[in-house]
Design a protein around this ligand. Structure first.
Ligand code: SF4
Length: 318
């Protein structure tokens, strides 16, 4: 496929099957959503999946601002995706709290490619403070999930994820890494996103283009938001109730965002100029632009270490 056409296809479609969440994470804008909370209409969900059959879609994530297991219909919806998009990678993100043993049994052999569980800390009091949940319950679920008879049949790869807050200690990070090792699961520590300036983060806004402009994020209402950082769809690209997934992705507004990022002008467009999402768009622009992205992103990662173990701001390295 010609590169120009490839760039006009989303690499990922995210579908917010519900915007309800059982957690109250301090770093998540779900707590302050301006929209009504609820699940996506089933007819709309099926329409989106049919739209996605019209082009080769690399990956789909039925998730946005809510937790998938707060959607009572998540299991049939996952099965529907798998049946209608058999060649598309299916990735699921959850905090694990609502992923009960019964739900885990339902996931066995369903065909999930990657499962990410947002754990954030293993300190009971801090877990309660950061996520508003009871750690013991989540750990029971994870123990059930990671049973050798089961985990390989639930998802091809499972990752436990820790969002590193500005004050997350090295001891906390080490405890998380040891736990992942013990459980035989891939750990991923990631710095705090600032949700286009709404959340306080010590990581600065990068200069290079962001990969989120090459995905399509659909809210529970069908409104297409700029990206997962645009939690209420303030910078919407369109609506899949009235247009197809591809029509919205190819809208003039969406193209303008992609063009600005590909030309290295991310800081000149609202709200990207105040957003610190550090994942680079490796594919936008010609060879020179891609080289520039590689240099700028390399320097950003070396200097600010947005992923991996890192001492909290102004604390001495252990
Ligand atoms: S820079 Fe931020 S606000 Fe802009 S598209 Fe990327 S993630 Fe969204």
């Amino acid at each position: 496929m010609k590169k120009s056409l490839k760039l006009e296809l989303p690499r990922l479609v995210c579908v917010e099957t519900t915007n309800r969440c059982n957690a109250k994470c301090v770093f998540c804008p779900n707590n302050a959503l301006a929209r009504d909370k609820g699940a996506m209409d089933q007819a709309l969900f099926e329409k989106i999946i049919e739209d996605c059959r019209a082009f080769p879609l690399e990956a789909i994530e039925p998730f946005m601002q809510g937790d998938p297991f707060a959607d009572p219909d998540i299991i049939p919806r996952l099965k529907h995706i798998r049946a209608r998009l058999p060649d598309t990678k299916l990735r699921l993100y959850t905090n694990g709290y609502g992923m009960t043993p019964k739900r885990i049994d339902d996931l066995v052999d369903l065909g999930i490619d990657r499962l990410f569980i947002s754990l954030n800390t293993l300190d009971e009091d801090r877990y309660q403070q950061v996520m508003g949940l009871r750690l013991a319950r989540t750990l029971e679920h994870l123990k059930y999930l990671m049973d050798p008879s089961r985990h390989g049949r639930v998802a091809g790869k499972i990752t436990f994820r820790m969002t590193r807050l500005n004050d997350t200690s090295l001891a906390e990070q080490d405890q998380f890494l040891s736990y992942c090792k013990e459980m035989g699961v891939r750990p991923f520590i990631v710095g705090l996103f600032d949700y286009k300036g709404d959340i306080q983060s010590s990581l600065p806004v990068p200069s290079y283009g962001c990969e989120h402009v090459r995905r399509l994020d659909i809210l529970a209402s069908g409104k297409v938001t700029l990206c997962c950082m645009d939690q209420d769809g303030e910078y919407s690209w369109g609506d899949v109730n009235t247009h197809s997934v591809l029509e919205v992705y190819r809208s003039e507004r969406a193209r303008k965002y992609r063009r600005m990022h590909a030309e290295g002008r991310r800081r000149d467009i609202t709200p990207c100029g105040t957003c610190n999402n550090f994942w680079p768009d490796w594919e936008a622009g010609g060879p020179l632009r891609r080289l520039k992205t590689a240099v700028e992103a390399g320097a950003y990662f070396l200097r600010h270490r947005p992923t991996g173990r890192r001492a909290p701001e102004s604390a001495p390295e252990a």
